[in-house]
Design a protein around this ligand. Sequence first.
Ligand SMILES: NC(=O)c1ccc[n+]([C@@H]2O[C@H](COP(=O)([O-])OP(=O)(O)OC[C@H]3O[C@@H](n4cnc5c(N)ncnc54)[C@H](O)[C@@H]3O)[C@@H](O)[C@H]2O)c1
Length: 516
Amino acid sequence: MGAGKSTVAAAVAERLAVPAVDLDARVEARAGASVADIFRERGEAAFRQLERDEVARVLEAGGDAVVSLGGGTVTDRAIRRRLLGEGVLVTLTAPVEELVRRVGDGAGRPLLARDGDLRPRLEALLEARAEAYAECHGTVPTGDRPVGAIADEVRAVAKDAPVVVPLGGRTYRVEIGEGVRHRAADRVAAACAGPVAAIVTDAHVRRWADEVRARVQSAGKEALAVVLEPGEEHKTVGAVERIWDAALEGGIDRQGLVVAVGGGVVGDLAAFAASTLLRGVALGQVPTTLLAMVDSSVGGKTGFDRPQGKNLVGTFHQPRFVLCDVECLGTLPEPDRRAGLAEVVKSAWLAGEDAVALLERDAEALARGEPEATVRAIRMSVGLKARIVTEDEHERSGTRMLLNLGHTLGHAIEAAAGYRDIRHGEAVALGMVAAFRVAERLGRARPEHGERLQRLLAAFGLPLDLTGHLTPATLRFLGSDKKRRGNRVRFVVPGSTGDTALEDLDGARLADLLAP
Ligand SMILES: NC(=O)c1ccc[n+]([C@@H]2O[C@H](COP(=O)([O-])OP(=O)(O)OC[C@H]3O[C@@H](n4cnc5c(N)ncnc54)[C@H](O)[C@@H]3O)[C@@H](O)[C@H]2O)c1
């Protein structure tokens, strides 16, 4: 209230040459009454319903527009999530004293119009709405800045349109594009009040880590480098200890930050270290492999491997920011880049027909590594992951387990190979081929579903041949998967695009279903 929504929306609309829509005015016109009268005569619930209907009309009308919402519109979770999914949501802020000045005596604002001091009521409203307001694509301060500058900033957020992972006060944004790593200084400054940030990387990605480190230092932080040995075989508690010790010796405090610059191995290790250092410090992710961009840097799972299996020790710890810079893929060896495409195929299958069709259209460009197609694929995958993580952050309801399509067997194949000679993405590709074999035998998928998936995997040069992979050792490792329940394994069984289910299968039955 009083943040300047209508004025700024009109200025943004003018710049973009699209209509400006004032939601309150639309509600008033349809109801034939002022907002204050609707509140007084019909109550807040009736007003919210009118508001919900009007938002739906605006979205369903299609076409571009800049909409100034009501101050409470986004307190409705369903509306907020819909706006995040179908539009770009920007929160305007202003210091509370400025808001008090702007709303005057609160007249015409039913939630404020009472006798007495306005400030505590505004503060209470802001506090109650803080989590909802945090779930947005960007926050733009208004204060006493010129409207034009504010409008330009809103426009920049709209152009960038990061993928939002909406988790109330822990909401973060995944920024995807060419050169976004250069934003590291700003993001670190916003996430880290302490003097020290630890930049964790591995020997193969020092070039990118050094760049990020220089940027962080330019933001006035002590940026210490922790350079790990590359590779899954080093995803151990020993590597975690190196991060802990370097950060503690470097003087990290509770306001400090750990930034992972690297692939999924560096990301998982750094994230685990961040979640445990001083009982938890902030985390930033600058993924440098395609796999880490589309999957591991988003969602908050951390961990390391044990001899008994992969990722068996870990925590949940969400990052504060994720910068997916496709320029970093320029130094990634081709087989590693292609391995990341396995996770893209998985995401598309889970997301549904539109996503699979997009991948099929982009397949050649993606196989060549063209940046624009790559950005689209990352956005699609991260968008799906954000939706799933928001629904089931800690993998309790089962929704998040769907992301393990191809992983139960993939992890077992990796473990049986001693985490050598096969990339995670390659193992996931084989795991998906096997999952379709199981799905067909359970009557959930038709042969053409599996064939369609295999065509995509083949276009990306990923392995399809299960021969030699479904060994007794692999099947033994299936039993140590985290997704087991007692002696049953929670297996992700795919069907047609966008229709995937979980099934508890015991080891012997699964072995039967997997048999050639
Ligand atoms: N946390 C999660 O939700 C999640 C999800 C999926 C996978 N993972 C984990 O991610 C890991 C796999 O990630 P990955 O495939 O990125 O493996 P990785 O981190 O081992 O990277 C693959 C190789 O590429 C090198 N590399 C990375 N970026 C590079 C670049 N830009 N240029 C040159 N070389 C580069 C690495 O040093 C490494 O040798 C697995 O441990 C898996 O368990 C975690």
